[in-house]
Write a protein that binds this ligand. Sequence first.
Ligand code: BV8
Ligand code: ZN
Length: 266
Amino acid sequence: MTSTWHFDPTPGAANRLPETVLETVRSAQRAVVFGGAGMSAESGIATFRDAQSGALWARFDAEQLATPEAFLRDPERVWGWYEWRRMQVLQARPNVAHRAVVELAQRLPQLRVITQNVDDLHERAGSREVLHLHGSLHQARCFDCAAAHPLDALPDEPEGGRYLAPPRCLCCGGPVRPGVVWFGESLDPHVLDAAFAAAGACDLFLSVGTSGLVHPAAQLPDVARQQGATLLHVNPQRPQGVSGEDVCLLGPAGQILPLLLRQAWG
Ligand code: BV8
Ligand code: ZN
């Protein structure tokens, strides 16, 4: 039977987490943090399914833009969207949740961080060896020959970004694309294998800020649960795929992760 705990935003609220949760976190030997766009929400980065407010792309569904077909059909719109997102990330800072993951790794040395995000905020907070299932905004490569392409520092963008012609590959002249995994594209098999191995060996699987909709990433919680791990889900809303003895900690990651650390280790 899954259980649910609600964060109380009332100033001064005790927000005492269940002792079973604190003991599970304290005693974890092989923990995994599995993050989604909600991990970066409190850095001001729009989550993947929130409307891209105020942007040229507000009227487009992100999933329609995050495909190779969209890039081939309209490279300027897609490249402009990614450069706008990259600029947002460059201007953002890691938030309390990213820093809490760094502190958790100091408490739980075997901790593995697996992210669906394409920003570098975990790394800028101090996390090491982050597994990026869906690639990175901060890498680019040729659409045709896959040669890596250097990304320049962005000029200040007008509010909402603009369409931009993608650069041309320095090796073959092909169009440069973002270094992310688009819908319909396979994930890097090495990264995916490492993520499944970590989920298959963990005793604590801490899912933070993901709707649990995107595959194959969405299978990782099931892999962890099936081999006996305890699953905690940190999210203001109950995500997809919660089952069994999972515990939902409903609230923002920037509030709940520091609570976990403070109450588990004083
Ligand atoms: C593939 C990079 C093989 C680009 C992304 C099986 C079943 C169903 C569908 C499929 C399936 N297998 C494959 C598919 C198709 C597809 C898929 O999963 N479709 C779904 C959506 C229906 N998958 C693929 O295509 C994958 N490839 O399977 O290859 C293959 C090969 C050839 C042909 C066919 C198959 C590739 C998937 C990768 C797509 N790329 N990103 C980019 O970023 O532009 S995914 C994208 O979604 C982002 O990376 C994002 O991280 C990710 C997941 O979303 P979330 O992170 O969960 O974000 P979301 O906005 O949804 O939710 C945010 C959550 O945060 C919410 O729950 C919210 O409540 C919470 N939140 C908000 N604020 C806070 C918070 N939480 C905590 N604190 C807060 N403050
Ligand atoms: Zn090329």
